[in-house]
Design a binder for this molecule. Structure first.
Ligand code: 5AD
Ligand code: SF4
Length: 439
């Protein structure tokens, strides 16, 4: 029996992979611990989407070098997107010999065997697959919460946005069979799970890679019939593939949450073309208008990249303009980060750091103003909140989310965790709402 600790960097997909690694280890009788100093098996599940995730990982590796000096028996494993890059493996192999096991995004199901191999041979084990084979079903998943769960419905990405490393680290798009997803969600619901979040890099193209044709809206409609399940979330939606049928399903199926995460990346059609996003500013605006018309209560959130190569002041102002026109409920804003292998990294017209930061400050100012205004629309309304836990700073309050993914804080106690309760909104802040529960 080993005591293990998994640290996860990056997106929900990585979180879900870590839940699978944890599920496998628990099934084998190993025990999760909170403090890595107590662990004799440590797994770092890495992200490579932006440079700072890389830096954090290498910083952390240095820390473990010292920790292993006091605990030489500790087994240190690294996995995830960064390990799919040849240059990273080389660096770990040459400069971080204290790492014991390296594996990738395509073979997490093999981890128990790799661990055995390492314990037997006591040498560094490296096993990274270049591309994804068939999806391995039925891995045990150690869900963090009993009442809400991530469910991956597809893996990989075929879009090759010119800045993005994901198609290189997660391979080509592969959808899971609809029946396997439904079985997984039914089992979750039977165990008391109220909310699932369906994960994929581009959920709108779900089914394209399946032998038996299937669409994402069909999948949602089928899942809406699962007994006991109350909410279905999904992310991420690529604007180029969002169908009218999907908008109809969001509008009609009560369980499908009125929330669309719709990354726009830039408000300039020129930049969008160079990003290989396959839509223009105008097409994006029309799509947002259509969604808002069909689903009036919808929350729309987005991702924006600042400082893509060649982004001019005019391009940036178009992004500001689009922010105002779309009234996003929330925007995740990123400074463009050069990723090796990607076409954009070859460009010579990189935007200087000081200009990127200055644009980010201006973008955030507009963004905060808009999210606050969006939140103020909730004042006096009664909303349903799935309570997720006690508030971080105040044990007399709980926090949870509305179906539109708004964070709500209100007086409550532990017994409410995992329940959906009705709350009247009394105060609106930039990133959260306050309220009181109504009996
Ligand atoms: N630089 C900055 N942001 C990026 N993203 C993806 N690649 C990069 C990059 N090279 C952002 C996109 C994407 C989100 C998950 O991460 O906005 O939607
Ligand atoms: Fe990256 Fe574009 Fe695929 Fe999203 S759709 S994972 S941004 S390549």
């Amino acid at each position: 029996m080993m005591k293990f600790k998994i640290t996860t960097y990056g997106c929900q997909m990585n979180e879900n992979d870590s839940e699978k690694i944890s599920g496998m280890l628990k099934n084998l009788g190993h025990l999760p611990v909170v403090d890595e100093k107590e662990a004799d098996l440590v797994i770092l599940n890495t992200c490579s989407v932006r440079e700072n995730a890389n830096d954090k990982f290498f910083g952390h590796l240095g820390y473990f070098k010292r920790l292993k000096e006091t605990n030489p028996k500790m087994v240190l494993c690294v996995c995830g997107c960064m390990m799919q890059q040849e240059s990273v493996i080389m660096e770990v192999k040459s400069r971080h010999r204290h790492v014991d096991i390296i594996f990738g995004t395509h073979n997490i199901h093999e981890f128990p065997q790799l661990l055995d191999q390492h314990l037997e041979k006591e040498e560094m084990i490296v096993d990274v697959w270049k591309d994804g084979a068939d999806i391995v079903e039925n891995l045990p998943v150690d869900h963090r919460y009993p009442f809400k769960a991530y469910v991956s419905i597809m893996h990989g990405c075929n879009n090759f946005c010119s800045y993005c490393i994901v198609p290189y680290t997660r391979g080509r798009e592969r959808s899971r069979k609809m029946e396997s997803i439904i079985l997984e969600v039914e089992a979750l619901a039977a165990n008391g799970c109220k909310e699932v979040t369906l994960l994929g890099q581009n959920v709108n193209s779900y089914g394209d890679s399946l032998e038996e044709p299937a669409t994402f809206s069909e999948l949602l409609t089928r899942l809406a019939n699962v007994e006991g399940l109350e909410r279905i979330r999904f992310m991420t939606s690529h604007p180029k593939d969002l169908s009218d049928d999907l908008i109809r399903v969001i509008a009609e199926e009560k369980k499908v949450c009125n929330h669309v995460h719709l990354p726009v990346q830039s408000g300039s059609s020129k930049v969008l073309r160079e990003m290989n996003r396959k839509y223009t500013k105008e097409q994006y605006l029309q799509l947002v208008e259509k969604i808002r018309k069909e689903v009036p209560e919808v929350a729309i959130t987005t991702d924006i990249i600042i400082g893509f190569p060649g982004e001019t002041e005019d391009d940036f102002e178009e992004t500001l303009d689009l922010m105002r026109l779309c009234s996003f409920d929330l925007a995740f804003t990123f400074l463009y980060s050069t990723r090796e292998l990607t076409p954009a990294s070859q460009r010579e017209d990189q935007v200087p750091d000081d200009i990127k930061h200055q644009r980010m400050d201006r973008l955030l100012e507009v963004h905060h103003e808009i999210s606050r205004a969006q939140n103020e629309k909730y004042l006096g309304k009664i909303v349903e909140v799935l309570v997720e836990g006690l508030s971080k700073n105040n044990p007399d309050r709980v926090s949870g989310r509305t179906e539109t993914a708004k964070l709500v804080n209100f007086p409550g106690d532990e017994s409410m965790v995992g329940q959906i309760v009705k709350v009247k909104i009394t105060d609106a802040k930039t990133f959260s709402l306050d309220g009181t529960i109504i009996e």
